[in-house]
Design a protein around this ligand. Structure first.
Ligand code: TYD
Ligand code: MG
Length: 451
């Protein structure tokens, strides 16, 4: 068979190239070329030829549609993860789970298999690890002799064919970056291989009512490796975040066609694999010592309130340019908050190195962390600590004003449950609760509580 002719098209500006290049010379964007098959005689006078070729589309009311939701979902065995998925894995749903190497993707999927293969026919395909490696892990996780099927393959064509013929309920592919399709000549892991391979597999999955979980890698910058279109194509995108070396690991949905994206599942890794953390706030606060620079913040992880310790260290810069380092929070946001502290309060941080750490490997995405970060820095700079039993939350604006945090009630409830006695937070409109000690701006907060 003759090799199929292909060309490379920039997805940004539609320029076509005979060979792959990293940068599009026309628009200057990187990594946007996608391989496409050249089909002769098509495209010529396409519009003229197409006139009158279409058929009238028959439309119908949405209430006439048969809802797919009545189908039984596949439970993962982790109640919290089922919630994140919107009630479990939907048949024919395609899920992409992405995370850093070593965070525990393969482990989590193996555990899901162990639970779900009691009632479902499941195939685990690995392109990264050998059969004996996977078998060893499955033995450790107690999934060794449960009827789970395993195959080692990197061929998207073979996998699609297997889905078409073998009637599996769930197929797990570890990982999408290792797949390749015969028709596409570029190496596995490239944009065109990922797009075409996953398209092929997704079509097979939808046709055969098979659910598919794809494992995705993550780039240095933290986004999912491969084309953005992959995230558009799949039904659910799960992010697996956290510290590789211990600490908590959080699975959250960044996209979900079948449920909300406001849930999160918190895991911990031990010798027997991943476990749901039942009471994360308590575990996070267990080792806390109240010193200067340490603040307890009431945040929300998914829809769940969570108390986390934020630590700051402020030292004199030994070089001209002050250094700002952060773990578990956005560095740009930290720089912004330091600037606000500098301008709107009497604190002078221009010749100070600042280090901020969120305990437990968590990453704070909540705007209400602002006040806690500011107070941790101020507390470290002044060498003064807050009273025991104080939690902090609230968003900080550029003029130093403290803005309302969403779901204040949930945060307050969690703090009360764990024995805290007051919250430094923005004023809550309809709360006569004495628990909240309202502050209007950063200055007021620092003068009242850290002087
Ligand atoms: P893995 O699931 O292979 O990560 P990923 O597929 O995301 O790259 O493994 C994650 C880490 O977890 C690995 O370094 C070993 C460790 N681990 C445990 O601590 N306990 C266990 O039971 C297992 C299976 C792995
Ligand atoms: Mg893996």
């Amino acid at each position: 068979m003759a090799k199929v002719k292909t060309k490379f098209i920039c997805q940004n500006c539609n320029t076509s190239y005979p060979k792959w290049v990293g940068k599009c010379e026309n628009c200057g964007s990187w990594n946007t070329l996608v391989e496409e098959i050249i089909e002769d005689n098509k495209g010529k006078n396409a519009i003229a030829k197409s006139e009158g070729m279409g058929k009238r589309i028959i439309s119908y009311g949405l209430d006439e549609v048969i809802l797919g939701d009545s189908q039984e979902r596949i439970s993962t065995g982790f109640g919290e993860l089922d919630l994140v998925l919107g009630g479990g894995i939907l048949p024919a749903g395609v899920i992409l789970i992405a995370g850093q190497p070593g965070i525990g993707k393969s482990t989590l999927l193996m555990q899901i298999c162990g639970f779900a293969c009691k009632n479902h026919k499941i195939l685990y395909i690995s392109g990264e690890e050998s059969a004996s490696q996977v078998a060893l892990r499955s033995k450790r996780l107690g999934v060794y002799n449960t009827g789970l099927k395993f195959a080692s393959s990197t061929s998207a064509d073979d996998i699609a064919e297997t889905i078409n013929t073998d009637n599996f309920d769930l197929v797990i592919i570890d990982s999408i970056q290792t797949l390749a399709m015969k028709e596409v000549s570029s190496a596995s892991g490239t944009v065109s291989q990922i797009t075409n391979s996953s398209n092929l597999i997704m079509n097979a999955a939808k046709k055969n009512n098979t659910a598919v979980i794809l494992v995705g890698h993550i780039t240095k910058e933290g986004s999912i490796a491969g084309p953005k279109t992959l995230e558009h194509m799949v039904d659910v995108v799960l992010n697996f975040e956290g510290d590789r070396y211990g600490g908590f690991k959080v699975v959250r949905a960044v996209k979900n066609r079948y449920g909300s994206t406001s849930e999160a599942a918190i895991f911990e890794m031990d010798n027997n694999g991943l476990k749901i953390v039942k009471n994360p706030s308590q575990a996070l606060l267990a080792e806390r010592q109240n010193t200067d620079g340490s603040i307890i913040m009431a945040t929300l992880e998914g829809g769940r309130p969570l108390l986390v310790e934020v630590q700051a260290l402020v030292t004199k810069s030994s070089f001209g340019y002050p250094k700002r380092t952060v773990s578990g929070f956005d560095l740009n946001r930290l720089n912004l908050l330091v600037a606000v502290l500098n301008q709107r309060t009497k604190l002078d941080l221009s010749d100070k190195d600042i280090f901020v750490n969120v305990v437990g490997g968590l990453k704070l995405n909540d705007h209400a962390s602002d006040l806690a970060i500011c107070m941790a820095i101020a507390s470290a700079a002044a060498g003064r600590k807050l009273d025991d039993g104080v939690v902090v939350f609230g968003e900080v604006g550029l003029s130093g004003e403290i803005r309302i945090a969403k779901q204040t009630d949930k945060r307050v409830q969690e703090a009360k449950k764990l024995g805290f006695t007051k919250a430094i937070a923005p004023a809550h409109k309809d709360s006569k609760d004495q628990f909240i000690k309202p502050v209007k701006d950063l200055r007021e907060a620092l003068i009242k509580y850290l002087q």
